[in-house]
Design a protein around this ligand. Structure first.
Ligand code: SF4
Length: 706
């Protein structure tokens, strides 16, 4: 086979054995790699109702089809399994769901290392009696004792394994958060790249698997290596051209100063496709600002939520404060730019920051999501706190988005009298402490309690939905979609997020496909889809139009590409697939592959009864904020969801129809429809549909949609 090994490694921790399974080429052509392959394997190997933290769950590490090949932007891999965080609750038939589909994405060098080790994926099943790590070398595949690593953070774990197994070793590990089975724990590689979402670090911890260490080299054959190299060179040269444009680099650096204007003009970050590569190249690449570039703008134009979604930049996080967290300032302690394997953009940055309480003072620059979740969301403008929280959570192996949302939840709970000083009593503060808005003094002590599950931390370590079950009355401000804390893109500003937060098989994700992405950069990335995507105004039509882009998004993820690839114009997708594998695919076939992947992930949730449309009312502008860039906006993601379901061929409850499954070649899943259930209830915007919006006649009906 070309472009793939045709082999996956399956390790059974219960028996301590492993098998190398050979998969037919057809499986790859139908599912590619990444979470496509993960969904195929997981769907067929997990029993319905399996405890996500039990030995019956499987944990997949799945590089994309292109990962390791050197194709541009292809360094990503996914971790897949049943999530202990999402999709839990009452099924539409009255039964109980204990979790839904989970996947989490990471970059760096670990995905290519799996491929280089001779496998298209690694799946872990069972549970070890004692802590172990999986070691894959040229000589053997073994489970090694991890007793001395247990309790160590991810950076120390990686350092020790590299010291022991040599510089060719690539490591993915959990930290104390995963060991403690925190449901917001992730899996970390490259000392700061984290597959953070879906709580899969807890799954790894539940298996007593501390780390995976890859030190093996097996060659992959490609159908036409010279063609791949030529396309890769041309693409790198194209991105370099954008990165080296001096004028655009300057515009990129100065973009923060456009933030107040964007706030007043209520402008989102959408830009014409033709402009995107210049902005991304100049600011992300040339100026090395990475994702920090948009954090300040987002805090001002309502793209990122302020004060747990209750306030606005004007009221609580003005431009002057926000600028304390700007990328250019963060870069002042910068040491070197870096990026994922085979990435022409290199959006990461390593800082040397002497206030860290570790021997090693190097730290990854925080990403956009972390700056927002530990900035505007909790009203903190102290950069030291953001940097310390980022490094601490990376080492602990905890999702920085979810952790920031938990902190915001606590601050609101304190403000509203649900939590008191004594509730925070712990060894460090025997009398307790009182975390309040605008004062970050107790952010780090609070995070330490959450990671270690000490005191109140035990009730907060599983995310805000679980926390709300411990503190009655707090559910309305536990900001999650179907169990997962949402990414830092406010649906009131860009309503597409509202739809994907509730309908994607991994809810609450800022990396899911949606309408706005679909009309912004994606059609230029893959021009054959242009005639299939329609611009629309009404939420129902926008949802319907999102179906093809969402299918194509599954393809992009399963090829192992980074989402930023959308912003650089055409990518030779079909040509690269042919050069890698020899498959001559049509655009229609490829989009059908995306539909198959999405349907398999969705059927996983349908079979578990994990589809649900749940988010707190304030996320959808019910009632709307009185001021700010998103002031007066009240959105209707449910209507958009109904359009999407029609467009993609699912029932109005989100369950794929038998006809859709048959058309995707998934006839073997049809029998599972008998045990599948859809969303138990619709997400009704109480403000819009109570008539309150209409009664405000003097202002007219608030805008629906983005
Ligand atoms: S753009 Fe950034 S996140 Fe994406 S592949 Fe490149 S370095 Fe990794």
């Amino acid at each position: 086979m070309n472009g793939i090994h045709g082999k996956i490694l399956v390790v059974d921790l219960t028996t301590g054995s492993h098998e190398i399974e050979e998969l037919p080429e057809d499986v790859y052509r139908r599912y590619l790699g990444g979470y496509g392959l993960g969904a195929y394997y997981t769907y067929n190997n997990i029993e319905v109702g399996t405890d996500p933290l039990g030995p019956g769950n499987t944990l997949g590490f799945t590089p994309g089809l292109f990962t390791g090949s050197g194709a541009p932007f292809s360094g990503r891999y996914q971790v897949c399994g049943k999530s202990p965080l999402t999709g839990k609750g009452i099924r539409s038939n009255g039964g109980q769901s204990n979790g839904g589909w989970g996947n989490a994405n990471s970059g760096g060098t670990f995905g290519p290392a799996i491929k280089r080790a001779g496998f298209d994926a690694v799946f872990i099943k069972g549970r070890s009696e004692r802590p172990v790590y999986l070691l894959v070398t040229d000589e053997a595949i073994t489970l090694e004792d991890a007793g001395s690593l247990w309790g160590k953070d991810t950076v120390e774990t990686e350092n020790r394994l590299v010291a022991k197994h040599g510089s060719r070793a690539h490591v993915a590990s959990i930290g104390p958060a995963g060991e403690n089975r925190s449901l917001i724990a992730g899996i970390c590689n490259d000392k700061g790249r984290t597959a953070a979402r879906s709580g899969l670090g807890a799954v790894m911890g539940s298996k007593n698997l501390k780390a995976i260490c890859m030190v093996r080299t097996v060659k992959v054959d490609y159908a036409d290596r010279p063609a791949m190299t030529a396309m890769t060179k041309a693409y790198f040269a194209k991105v370099k051209g954008y990165k080296e444009n001096t004028a655009l680099k300057m515009i990129g650096t100065g973009m923060d100063y456009a933030a107040p204007l964007m706030r007043v003009a209520k402008m989102g970050l959408s830009a014409p496709s033709a402009v995107l590569p210049f902005v991304m190249g100049g600011a992300y690449g040339g100026q090395a600002l990475g994702t920090t570039m948009s954090a300040i703008i987002s805090s001002q134009n309502a793209d990122s939520p302020v004060k747990n979604y209750t306030s606005t930049a004007v009221d609580d996080f003005p431009f002057k404060k926000a600028m304390h967290l700007r990328g250019k300032k963060i870069n002042e302690s910068g040491k070197r730019q870096y990026g994922c394997h085979s990435c022409p953009l290199q959006c990461g940055y390593i800082l040397e920051y002497d206030k860290l309480p570790y021997q090693d003072k190097e730290t990854h620059r925080p990403e956009y999501e972390t700056i927002c979740s530990f900035g505007a969301l909790i009203l903190n403008d102290d950069l030291d706190v953001v940097l310390q929280a980022n490094e601490y959570l990376n080492r602990a192996g905890m999702d920085t988005i979810s952790a920031g949302v938990v902190v915001a939840y606590v601050l609101e709970a304190v403000e509203k009298g649900f939590l008191k000083k004594e509730d925070f009593a712990c060894a460090e503060y025997p009398e307790g402490f009182l975390p309040v808005w605008r004062d970050p003094t107790y952010v780090m002590p609070l995070l330490r309690l959450i990671v270690t599950r000490e005191g109140i931390g035990d009730k907060l370590a599983d995310g805000v939905a679980a926390a709300a079950s411990h503190f009655p009355g707090t559910g309305e401000f536990a900001m999650n979609a179907n169990g997962s804390e949402m990414g830092m893109h406010d649906a009131r500003m860009t309503s597409s997020w509202g739809m994907s937060y509730i309908t994607d098989p991994t809810p609450g994700r800022h990396t899911a496909g949606n309408y706005d992405l679909g009309v912004m950069g994606m059609p230029d990335f893959f021009p054959p889809m242009k005639p299939m995507v329609q611009l629309a105004d009404h939420p129902y039509q926008q949802g319907k139009s999102a179906a093809v882009p969402i299918k194509m998004h599954q393809v992009m993820e399963s090829l192992g590409l980074c989402m930023f690839v959308y912003f650089f114009g055409e990518y030779p997708v079909l040509e690269m697939i042919e050069a890698a594998t020899g498959w001559k695919m049509t655009a229609e076939e490829l989009i059908e592959v995306g539909g198959r992947i999405q349907a398999t992930r969705q059927m996983f949730n349908a079979r578990e009864g994990a589809i649900r449309h749940e988010m707190p009312q304030r996320v959808i502008g019910s009632p709307p904020l009185p001021r700010g860039a998103a002031g007066g906006k009240s959105i209707d993601p449910e209507t958009m969801a109904q359009g999407y379901y029609e467009g993609i061929g699912y029932g109005q409850d989100g369950v794929p129809t038998a006809a859709t499954l048959e058309s995707l070649g998934l006839g073997d899943l049809v029998a599972d429809l008998a045990i599948s259930t859809g969303a138990p209830a619709r997400l009704v915007n109480e403000y819009l549909y109570s008539g309150a919006a209409l009664k405000k006649g003097e202002k007219g009906k608030p805008a629906i949609g983005g």
